[in-house]
Structures are given as C-alpha cells and as structure tokens.
Design a protein around this ligand. Structure first.
Ligand code: ZN
Length: 373
C-alpha cells in the first residue's frame, strides 16, 4: 500500500498504512497552525482490498460541522469525481472503499490545479480584447493574475470578480472558469452586450500559494486574505495589497467575491449590510440581484445563508465590507457548498465542478440584468 500527497494541492500525513482495514491519516495544518480542513491524497496498490480510511484529527479542524453530513470526493482519473458515504463521530472522519483500480485519489472537494489555472489564463488571453495582467508575485513566487475583458472607457462600468481568497475553496475557481468561459464565447449575446457596457475584471485565483500548498484558508505567510482588506501588507498579504490598489485605479461598480462554505449545503450570497454607509437603496439593489439569480438558476436560493449583519457591525478587513464601504457599490460574497445544494441534490456527485461552472455562467446573466441599476 502506498499513500502520498506530494503534489499540487496535496495534503495528508500518514499515521499508519500497514493494514488496509485500518488506514489512519491526519490533515496537515495551514502555515500559522490556525486553520486546516483541506485534504487531497493518492492511495495505491490496494486494488480489490476493502479499505477503511480514517482522518483522525478531523474534529480539530477549522469547521468540524463541515464534516457532518459530508461525503468524501474520490476519483480514479482526476477528471471524474464521485462521492463516497462518509462518517464523522466528532473526532475522526472515516469511510470504506474497495478500489477497482490500482490508484484512487481522495479530496475534500474536486481540486483545481495550478496547471489548470495557467491554462485558463493562457486560453483567456488568446481571445480578442482580453488582457492578462500580473498583479504581483506571491511569497512563494506564483503570479496573481488579473484577466481584463474589454478596454476601459468613460461610459463603461467596472465589474470586479475575485475568487479563491481561501485556497481550499477550490469550487471558487471552478466557478471562475465557468464565468470566464462565458465571457470568452463570441456567440454569447449576453457576454457580448455586457462587454459593450462594462469592463469585467476577474482574478480567478487570489491565493495560488495556499492552493498549491494544500491550505484551507491562508497564504504562505499564514495570513487569511479575507481579513486583510482594511490594511493589507505589501510583504505579508501582497495578493490583497496589489488587487486592492488596481481596484482603486479602475473604480468598482460591481463586486463579487467567490467562496465555499464548509457547513451549509446551499448556494447563497452575503452582502455588506453592516457597513456604516449602507442605505435602503443599496439593500433593494442587493435583494433584486439575489432574486434575479434565483430566477435564473434553481441551484441558487435566498432562504438559507448567513444571518444578515446588523447595522454598524461591519468588518472592513473582509473584501465585501471593504468594497461596499469604499466604493458604495453592489458588492457581495458568493458561497457554494462543499457538500451538495440540498434544494436540488445530486447525491452521486454532490456539489461538483460542472455545477460550479454553470453557476458561474448564470451569474453573468444576473450581472447583465443588474447593469441598469
Ligand atoms: Zn471562504
């Protein structure tokens, strides 16, 4: 038997791998030792053997509730990901599986690799009217890349979409790929019309260091980037520092920050209701956006989500609150599930890369319909 995680986004430590019926593993914490939950590893040479796999420190991770009613993601080809019944007793996360192939990969969610990220950048920049700007190098030496769709002009709005500040939320970059694919489609009337009236700025991966390292939430310096927006640091949180600087250059008329939520089995958005400058007009614009998106795709819903922030409870270290307060525009955090969208579940795959991509495509319709607001 062989278990390893020495690859892009890999994360697991082996405690015991002598007996297939008693494979004991531990998740490695993010830099800074504060967060952890993401795992991704390869299990080999146990074809036909009944394996019991247990992650012994699951209960010590950032969001233990995320492992309740959760089903692990598995693949034999890194393209098709399926779900396996999984148990969580408050301490260990465990599942049984008898591989029909020599190698199986297991992950918290379908990984989105740095190679795929680079191909996305390459494919996008080859299209007419699309530019790829490196905003900064990261502490580990990756590039934070901004895709700009269209040329800025006085009569055009600036729409900003950023994804994957939290690197273990790989669904965010699957979403970004679906969103970008639609912008790249010359036969898509909505994309064409949107780009006549707006420049769309997309950062598909805000935290490539954390993604490659197999982190849940932090960058290479152990910084949670979505707590760095009020006072970003050129050295410790350059990903936010340089993105924010570019946003101040372009102005922002619409902003979406794309994430995944460990616990809630729904797609939902959270707004900037708690900021000091929040108005009833902003609230109406936000409610209208949610209702439009819910009408466009049944995978999105408005019933379940985070409690609405009370007035004057904002945290300007978070991107949505910072942008709402600074630019006075419609800004929101989109959350997708690690589990499934319980309003329209697909048990075999749960919430999946394909469903993320389609939700990304649907958000383009909602932005288009919101432009006149
Ligand atoms: Zn997040």
């Amino acid at each position: 038997m062989h278990i390893n995680a020495h690859f892009d986004s890999g994360n697991i430590d082996v405690q015991s791998a002598e007996n297939p019926s008693d494979i004991r593993l531990r998740i490695r914490m993010d830099e800074g030792d504060e967060h952890g939950q993401w795992f991704f590893f390869q299990l080999s040479d146990v074809r036909g053997e009944a394996c019991t796999i247990s992650i012994e420190n699951a209960g010590e991770m950032s969001y233990p509730a995320g492992f309740e009613n959760y089903r692990v993601v598995a693949s034999t080809d890194l393209s098709n990901w399926f779900r396996i019944d999984t148990a969580f007793d408050g301490t260990a996360l465990s599942w049984r599986h008898t591989p029909e192939t020599d190698t199986t990969w297991f992950a918290y969610f379908a990984p989105y690799t740095y190679d795929r990220h680079q191909r996305l950048i390459g494919r996008a920049q080859a299209a007419p009217g699309v530019r790829a700007e490196v905003l900064c190098p990261t502490p580990d030496g990756h590039a934070v890349t901004l895709l700009r769709f269209g040329e800025p002009a006085a009569n055009k709005k600036s729409c900003w979409v950023i994804a994957r500040q939290h690197p273990g939320e790989s669904m965010a970059e699957w979403w970004a790929e679906g969103f970008v694919n639609r912008l790249l489609d010359p036969e898509d009337a909505v994309a064409r019309a949107l780009l006549e009236r707006a420049v769309v700025y997309v950062v598909p991966s805000m935290n490539p260091d954390g993604a490659v390292r197999g982190h849940l939430r932090c960058n290479a310096h152990g910084v949670n980037l979505n707590r760095a927006w009020k006072d970003p640091d050129e050295t410790h949180s350059p990903e936010v520092y340089f993105t924010r600087r570019r946003m101040h250059e372009t102005g922002v008329d619409f902003f979406m920050d794309v994430h995944g939520d460990e616990a809630l089995p729904y797609n939902f958005v959270a707004g900037g209701e708690g900021v000091p400058s929040w108005t009833e007009a902003m609230n109406q614009q936000f409610q209208a956006f949610k209702n439009r998106l819910a009408a466009i795709t049944p995978d999105f819903q408005t019933t379940y989500g985070y409690p609405v922030s009370p007035p004057a409870s904002s945290d300007l270290r978070k991107a949505t609150d910072y942008v709402t307060e600074t630019f006075g525009c419609l800004a929101m955090t989109l959350e997708m599930p690690f589990k499934d969208a319980a309003n329209h579940p697909v048990p075999e795959i749960g919430w999946s890369p394909g469903r993320c991509q389609r939700l990304g495509a649907s958000c383009l319709d909602a932005i288009w319909q919101t432009l006149d607001d």
